[in-house]
Each structure stands twice: as structure tokens, then as C-alpha cells.
Design a protein around this ligand. Structure first.
Ligand code: CAA
Length: 375
């Protein structure tokens, strides 16, 4: 049975900071951000937007062409949860009106967790061929101000519907996996911003890539020329470019980075937004092409696997809408950026949301969400 991604969508904040503005304020040459790191804009979230609101928006879009009542499992993958107990997925389940006998839970392992969710979803569909699983990956990425990580912030959500006979990508079962205990990026529970050792993280990412790909080739007897395209976890564009150069030499992955370069790091969602970017922006027909995926989550767990793009993948594309949504964002000033990053800045009713769900306040530590338009 073929199992994989049947529908896919993403969502991000309506607001961004231009990295030209950041470069000016931090007294850095913009060329460092633009060509050195590979980023030009980064998504910044207003107080009324969070992992749940963008996650619900991405899910709503992904469910547009899917029978919603078939969803009997929702896995919410995130490393930026605001709650150490309740699953963020339960809010999404509620606002999307999914059936009550649907299993809902969160997964965490830094930027790797959507890949873990995808694997679980595939196993679930293998056992229950008529089920569909909704995987939502949603993260807001924040580093302390004035650190090397600052220009690589961002945030977004991706939603993937996993089913048999997938209309976008058949995921192949074999994978090369590598887990090693490395403290390269971590966020203690009391902090909003991640701590990191940037150089160590980049080294461990590339080392993990080599190990995973070797293990993958040993298991499958495939070789590099059997892989037509590749998508790499993109904490910033240059990292994915370095991975591509290490694996393929001179191939171009520009089409995979169109969206990430203006969204910034979206952690768990990043790899799969690269894939949506590839299918939206490639002029060539990708049907039947084997695409490699390299997933890396600091800490660290990494996985390399492949999928074959489905015959009718273009029918499931939202390319025009995706481009329009990114073009329709509002640029914010440096002062607004500082306000949005300040947890004490709690004006919930002044800013737009990406979708129909807004965070309207926090009362007694309870988050209060409101639907703007009916889903
Ligand atoms: N013009 C053009 N290019 C310039 C330049 C200029 N004026 N000045 C510098 N550059 C280039 C440098 O040559 C360098 O390019 P190469 O890497 O090709 O040599 C690039 O710009 C970056 O310069 P630095 O290495 O000096 O940058 P930095 O030390 O300020 O920080 C970073 C870079 C370490 C990646 C930092 O952004 C960081 O720590 N980011 C957060 C951690 C991270 O994203 N790690 C990635 C792997 S971990 C992961 O993937 C999980 C996750 O999502 C976080």
C-alpha cells in the first residue's frame, strides 16, 4: 500500500521584519544576512498570534480538499509550546471541529518532531488503511537579541494530511537515522528564547547528514544518482545550501528555499515548507521524481529518507495562494519588532491574524482563543 502526504499547507504571521532593518540597527553589513546566511526577511508574531493560531490556519487549508471526518489522529509537533502539560493540538482539534474519537497529542524533539510525527502517522495508516492523520508542525523561533542567532529567527506552521494513495508524496519506508547527545541548541522551560552554540550546531548538522545518508544507502542499495531532488532542514538558507553541496556537489536547491528565505527558521515546519516551496516553484514536472528529505533536530536526532512525488501533485498545489499570502504581509519597524518580542506587550486586538483564529487574551494563565470567521 502506498502511504504518504495527501495534502499539505503552511501558514505564518502577517508581520515580518526586513533583515535590512535589523542589519542597520545591529551595525552589520546586510550582505552577511542576505548572501552569508541566506535570509532577507523574518516572520515576527504579534501578541494575538501563536503556535495554535497559525497551526489551526495551516490545518484548515490542508483539510480543504480532504474528508475531515476521516481524521482519527492529530499529532501536533512543536518545540515552542507554552504549556508543559496540555497538548496544543487539543485547541486545534476543537477549532477545526474534528471528531471526538480522534487521538490528539504533542510531540517534541526540536526541529525533528514533524518527521517523527510523519513516521507515526504512516504506521497508523498502515494498520488502519481508511484513516487519515493530521500532522501539524508549528513553531515560533526566538533567540536573545543581539546574538548571532537573531537574524535566523522566524516562525510558521505546516499541516500534512497522511493517508493511503497520497496525492502529493509517497513516503518510502527506509530511513537512515542518527541520534547523539549534543547540547547545541536548547530552551530551558522558564525561557522564551532558545540558547545555542551556533558553530557546534552547524558542525553536528553536517556530520549527522553524512552518517544518515551513509546508513540510508547501506539499507537501500540506492546511490546518489537515484535521488532527483532534495530538501534539507533550513534553519537559515546557507545551512541547507551547505548540506546540498556536501551531498550532491553542484546541484541547485534554490526552489526549496523560496519561502524559508522570507519566513526565517520555522523549526519543525521548516523541512516541509521547503518541500511545498519545491513543488510550488519548480517549472519542471516533478511527478515520479524521488526526493530526499534531511530532517535535523538539535540535541540531536537526524533522519534521511526519500519519497516519490505523485502523478497529480499539481492538483493539490496552492502555489498562487501561498505566494499571495507571503506578499500580503506587513513590514514592521524595529520598534514594533522589539514590542512583539516583549512578553509584557499584551495588546491582543490591534493586529491581524493569518487565519480565522486569534488569541484574544490570557486570563489566570488560561489562553483564550476566539474565532474571527466561522471555520
Ligand atoms: N558579506 C557576505 N557574507 C558574509 C559577510 C559579508 N559582509 N560577513 C560574513 N559573511 C558570511 C560568512 O563568511 C559566513 O559564511 P560561511 O558560513 O559560508 O563561511 C556567514 O556569512 C555567516 O557568518 P559567521 O559564521 O561569522 O556568522 P555568525 O557567527 O554571526 O553566525 C550562525 C552564524 C552560527 C549560523 C548563527 O546564525 C547561529 O548561531 N544561528 C542559530 C543556530 C543555528 O541555526 N544552527 C543551525 C544548525 S542547528 C539546527 O538546524 C536546528 C535549528 O533549527 C536551530
Amino acid at each position: 500500500m502506498k502511504i504518504g502526504i495527501d495534502s499539505a499547507a503552511f501558514s505564518t504571521s502577517k508581520y515580518f521584519l526586513s533583515l535590512e532593518t535589523l542589519a542597520r540597527r545591529r551595525n552589520v553589513d546586510f550582505a552577511k544576512y542576505c548572501s552569508g546566511i541566506g535570509q532577507t526577511k523574518m516572520a515576527v508574531f504579534p501578541p494575538n498570534e501563536d503556535i495554535v493560531t497559525v497551526g489551526a490556519d495551516a490545518a484548515e487549508k490542508a483539510l480543504a480538499a480532504v474528508p475531515r471526518d476521516d481524521i482519527d489522529m492529530l499529532i501536533f509537533a512543536t518545540e515552542s509550546s507554552f504549556d508543559l502539560s496540555k497538548s496544543a493540538g487539543i485547541y486545534v482539534h476543537h477549532f477545526l471541529n474534528l471528531r471526538e474519537d480522534c487521538r490528539v497529542f504533542d510531540l517534541k524533539q526540536a526541529c525533528y518532531s514533524v518527521t517523527a510525527a510523519l513516521r507515526l502517522a504512516i504506521s497508523h495508516v498502515a494498520e488502519n488503511p481508511d484513516s487519515r492523520v493530521l500532522v501539524v508542525g508549528s513553531d515560533v523561533v526566538r533567540y536573545p537579541p543581539n546574538t548571532p542567532g537573531e537574524p535566523t529567527q522566524g516562525g510558521a506552521a505546516v499541516a500534512l494530511v497522511v493517508s493511503k494513495d497520497p496525492r502529493i508524496l509517497e513516503v518510502e519506508p527506509q530511513a537512515g537515522v542518527h541520534t547523539v547527545d549534543v547540547t547545541d541548541f536548547w530552551r530551558p522551560a522558564h525561557l522564551n528564547e532558545a540558547l545555542f552554540d551556533g558553530k557546534l550546531s552547524a558542525r553536528n548538522y553536517l556530520k549527522s547528514l553524512d552518517i544518515c545518508v551513509d546508513r540510508y544507502f547501506q539499507k537501500t542499495n540506492l546511490k546518489i544518482s537515484d535521488i532527483d531532488h532534495a530538501c534539507f532542514h533550513a534553519p537559515f538558507g546557507k545551512m541547507a545550501l551547505k548540506a546540498d553541496r556536501q551531498l550532491f556537489g553542484t546541484r541547485s536547491i534554490d526552489k526549496t528555499l523560496v519561502y524559508n528565505s522570507v519566513i526565517g527558521n520555522s523549526c519543525s515546519a521548516s523541512l516541509y515548507i521547503c518541500f511545498i516551496s519545491l513543488t510550488d516553484n519548480s517549472e519542471e514536472d516533478l511527478s515520479g521524481r524521488r526526493t530526499g528529505f534531511f530532517s535535523y533536530g538539535s540535541g540531536s536526532v537526524a533522519e534521511f529518507f526519500c519519497g516519490v512525488i505523485s502523478e497529480n501533485y499539481k492538483c493539490m498545489s496552492n502555489a498562487e495562494k501561498n505566494r499571495a499570502a507571503l506578499a500580503d504581509r506587513t513590514e514592521i519597524s524595529f520598534r514594533e519588532y522589539e514590542s512583539f518580542c516583549n512578553p509584557e506587550f499584551r495588546i491582543f486586538d490591534r493586529y491581524q491574524n493569518a487565519g480565522n483564529l486569534t488569541l484574544s487574551g490570557v486570563s489566570d494563565c488560561r489562553r483564550v482563543y476566539k474565532i474571527l470567521e466561522p471555520y
